[in-house]
Write a protein that binds this ligand. Structure first.
Ligand code: AHG
Ligand code: MN
Ligand code: MN
Length: 358
């Protein structure tokens, strides 16, 4: 090899190393073992990747195929209008895991009750919780949407069919992450060993490692919240937004899809909020399918996730489709929002109780 050839050969080697770091290989490398659990997690992530590819394929051609856009005319257990893509993506996860042998039960934002796969249950050691399409109002206008997933160990028998055994805190998650369907499709995951991002290379049909051990900035410029709800919020959240309006260095970004907004914040810093409103004090986002998986991921990247008064990962849901207020992102920015809430709560507590004599 001549001296002139050598740098090219090294570049070539570097590109090949990168192209060979697929998702399933990365999971095994992370666990540094070929134990049964490591192989299970690798296979589970591979299945999620397959679901992501199927959903991405349909989204890419959504304007051209029958029955991809628009509403079904039904409402889901959350009382929200169901889109055709919600139904399709929900079914994709079921089909993909029916053939896996690994998952005994799936719980989805779009299904009132968990979905059992009885033939998998003798060996299926895991439960998958997921939001098949996050931000589905963006589907019809060709903007970014996502999928959110969380893997828990299958526990208990759920004899009464209420899935009581799923009502546990977010620390019980073995893995969590999201898929972002944007200009490229990305899968970001954590198995409790940092946060790693993969980009779908359509020519290979594989998710290839694109960022390893992502660390969220301690502070960032973005605040991401639906300010249309301003007069529906508590005074503390209104005070926080007044604060960012009055101080330099803040900028608003809100896409209508949590996954996209969180992805921006993961890489560039800032805070996403979906606080409670007068009509919905618990806010809109679902603990088990949205807030807890994203909290697991963001904490693994060095960030924080809070209801305002409690860590999201400590919250024990009362029911499968429970909602929580969510404040998530860079640690300093989450702490700032919390400080407004604490201040407001202190004032409420210390306020003298007026009687009719006063
Ligand atoms: P989904 O499409 O799964 O129901 O989730 C939509 C969520 C979330 O992605 C987004 O941040 C938020 O709802 C937007 O709600 P608003 O339109 O009330 O701001
Ligand atoms: Mn969602
Ligand atoms: Mn959804």
């Amino acid at each position: 090899m001549t001296e002139v050839d050598q740098p090219l050969a090294l570049d070539h080697q570097h590109a090949l190393d990168r192209d060979c770091t697929t998702l399933s290989r990365h999971v095994l490398q992370q666990l540094q073992s070929f134990s049964a659990e490591a192989q299970d997690l690798s296979a589970l992530m591979n299945r999620i990747a397959l679901a992501a590819k199927l959903i991405a394929r349909r989204l890419t051609r959504a304007g051209l195929v029958e029955d991809a856009l628009g509403f079904t005319g039904r409402t889901n257990v959350q009382g929200e209008s169901v889109k055709k893509m919600d139904v399709y993506a929900n079914q994709v996860f079921i089909s993909v895991f029916e053939q896996s042998g690994l998952v005994c039960r799936l719980a989805s934002e779009e299904m009132e009750q968990p979905y059992y796969i009885p033939e998998n249950c003798p060996i299926g050691r895991y439960t998958l919780l997921y939001d098949p399409i996050d931000g589905s109002s963006n589907v019809d206008i060709n903007l970014n949407v996502g999928s959110i997933f969380s893997i828990r160990r299958q526990e208990g028998n759920d004899l009464d069919g209420t899935a009581q055994d799923l009502l546990q805190n977010g620390h019980q998650q073995l893995a969590a992450g999201y898929v972002l369907y944007g200009p490229s499709t990305m899968l970001v995951y954590s198995i409790g060993r940092g946060v790693h991002a993969f980009t779908l290379d359509p020519s290979l049909g594989e998710f290839i490692l694109s960022s390893e051990n992502i660390r969220i900035p301690e502070h960032g410029p973005v605040y991401s919240v639906n300010e249309g709800n301003f007069w529906q919020w508590e005074e503390s959240i209104r005070d926080y937004t007044r604060y960012v309006h009055r101080h330099e260095g803040y900028t608003a970004r809100y896409s209508g899809a949590l996954v996209g907004d969180i992805h921006r914040i993961l890489f560039q810093g800032g805070v996403f909020l979906y606080p409670g409103t007068i009509k919905k004090p618990e806010g809109k986002l679902r603990l088990l399918y949205e807030s807890a998986p994203l909290a697991f991921l963001i904490e693994q990247a060095g960030g924080s996730a809070s209801t305002g008064t409690q860590k999201i990962l400590d919250v024990i849901p009362e029911k499968l489709h429970a909602r929580t207020p969510l404040i998530i992102g860079s640690p300093e920015d989450v702490a700032l929002v919390e400080s407004f809430i604490q201040e407001h709560n202190r004032e409420q507590r210390d306020r003298p109780i007026l009687t009719s004599k006063d």
